[in-house]
Design a protein. Sequence first.
Length: 470
Amino acid sequence: MTGVTDVVILGGGPGGYEAALVARQLGGEVTLVERRGLGGSAVLTDVVPSKTLIAAAEAMTKIGKAEELGLRLDDDTRRLRDAVRVDMAKVNARIKALAKAQSDDISARLEAEGVRIINGTGRLAGTRAVIANTAEGEQRLTADIVLVATGAQPRELDAAKPDGKRIFNWAQIYNLVEVPEHLIVVGSGVTGAEFASAYTALGVKVTLVSSRDKVLPGQDSDAADVIQQVFQSSGMTILSRARAVGAEVRGDEVVVSLADGTEVIGSHCLMAVGAVPNTAGIGLAEAGVQLTPTGHIVVDRVSRTTARGVYAAGDCTGVNALASVAAMQGRIAMWHSLGDSVSPLDLRTVSANVFTSPEIATVGISQAEVDQGNLTVASVTLPLSGNARAKMQALDHGFVKLFSLPTTGIIIGGVVVAPSASELIHALSIAVRQKLTVDQLAESFTVYPSLSGSVAEAARRLHGHDDITY
């Protein structure tokens, strides 16, 4: 679009700040309005903090394996794990410090690239202007292109309002200064499962309240089975088909009420019951931006909304609640609006990860799609139990699963359940994106011994098979 120079972005999360960098690279004059700090929820209260907590949990998991590996305290009959104490105040102080440092780094990068940053909130005034509300008052910003990247916030139940002391949402739980005696986690989706896994590894008694038959209902069913088994063997209590309807503080306890009339009593409670988009009261409908019944912004594959010149990216769109997807949506919006070459968003190539222990990483077609019978595939599931590196590291659970097309052998999906699955999935992500065959993947060298060797081995087992599942 010749002559488009003024770009105004609402929201400084991955969708917003990545879009700002691309827009500056393409010569746009960029103003970004952010109310809390650069990085948004992903950096300040969600992804970076939770994965920093999980890093501490991973260290405890490794310490827990010490005895099996032949390691113990010198002249001490205690297990090494029993000698390590979790300092919750220090863990959470580190989490907050890292989040702020990351936010500061993003801010410095944007400023160095010439992005104007306004601290405040914004709302659309039609499709060609944004009103920014700041501590100094209102500013009217003219815009040739507007990108809405306002993210989402934790969903709350009316009868279970978080107080930030005993009852938490996922943005507040880093206020803890003492290790919870008994943490009740309501919600068995990705967020609930990750926190339940982390706190169990840190030695906390955890009860997971799940409204479904098993944890992680949106993930690969075989992977979810593994995680459920690990959770139960670690001592976690899982209440399946149990719907929480309320939570209240009674003295030093939290009482969670279930739909069947029973109560679960713990010391603290984490409500992980989803998120709602930050789209209310910012002038979207008035500007002609269509919203879904859930309040998400309707966008196409190049991030356009139904209002000319207005784009949207990230969790406020409901396309896929991943920081990587938000960032790509933001980049695509700027490439498209500023006239650069662009490829529409392809969700088939998105790799995702659940940071439980072990992790679940996925890319491409899912087992659920295969089970629907709409596509004939060849598949193989290879347990990690036969992998030499897994044995060395005393890894008891995990597998690699591959999906390929018959005849051509083109890889169209994969699942990895393993420690650091988030790293292992990259090879399969490249394979799916570049339409590599199982033979091409199998013929690529892997290090011996390595967990990645199982990825290549799975590909080798699919050589020459048109339609196989085992």
